[in-house]
Write a protein that binds this ligand. Structure first.
Ligand code: SF4
Length: 246
């Protein structure tokens, strides 16, 4: 993979931006190497479940880059009510249907509109985040989206960057991360993530009591745990995990 060659061929680089630290560091990095007219930022907005200030944070940290907000037809809660269960690590409809789908649709439209047939879809995934992520390839061809003369690649530009470097990139750019990190969150996207740690869930519960109550009530109504128990472990509802009454 030769990024300079892709730039000279007029590739359109799409920045998938969640407002999290990795998206923020990736944007700073890409702005330094890719001409601004070949960069587009897209955020998939999840109403009701995102951290407050998510969109404002992106707007405040991307400078003058072209920015689009997309949204799935269904909300997170509508999806859960429809399926009568929460998504989990093996069935991440929240990611595929509420994020990836709407973003890919927007990319296809932008490719057509801008007559850019070479797409580099960039995500802030890092290898050290999990053993599963470490196994991923940093640069791959997307066969499903490459059609009708369009070539589409997926690239993880900060794949080999360590967490301290992420914070350093943000600080050296004179930026601040989203405010939820100063509350102690280690990851940021939805306030309550189906994959979150106990510590992050506790912080999210403290910062978002109304949303916490809504999810806790939904767990009881559906008789389904928001966090999938580890194999062989009993089901635990959010209040049991966090120790915080909703
Ligand atoms: S942040 Fe978590 S809950 Fe939200 S879409 Fe991603 S995986 Fe699903």
């Amino acid at each position: 993979m030769n990024i300079e060659k892709l730039i000279s061929k007029g590739a359109l680089f799409i920045i998938n931006h969640s407002a999290g630290k990795d998206s923020q560091a990736m944007t700073i990095y890409l702005k330094a190497i890719v001409p601004a007219e070949q960069l587009v930022v897209i955020h998939s907005h999840l109403p009701e479940v995102e951290w407050e200030g998510t969109i404002e944070h992106i707007e405040n940290t991307i400078g003058s880059l072209e920015f689009h907000i997309v949204q799935a037809k269904k909300t997170f809660f509508e999806m859960v009510e429809h399926r009568q269960k929460f998504p989990d690590a093996n069935n991440r409809q929240c990611t595929s249907d509420l994020k990836r789908g709407p973003i890919e649709k927007k990319i296809r439209a932008l490719s057509k509109l801008k007559k850019r047939m070479l797409i580099i879809n960039c995500m802030g995934i890092r290898s050290e985040e999990s053993p599963g992520r470490a196994k991923k390839k940093q640069f791959t061809y997307n066969w499903r989206q490459s059609k009708a003369g369009r070539k589409w690649y997926t690239w993880y530009p900060i794949f080999n960057i360590k967490i301290q470097e992420v914070w350093d990139i943000i600080a050296m750019a004179g930026q601040q991360p989203h405010w939820a990190y100063s509350e102690g969150m280690t990851r940021l996207s939805c306030c309550f993530c189906i994959l979150a740690s106990q510590a992050d869930l506790r912080i999210a519960a403290r910062c978002n009591p109304v949303l916490y109550k809504r999810i806790a009530e939904l767990e009881r109504k559906l008789d389904f745990a928001f966090i999938m128990p580890k194999r062989g472990s009993p089901k635990r509802l959010l209040e049991e995990i966090t120790g915080i009454a909703a």
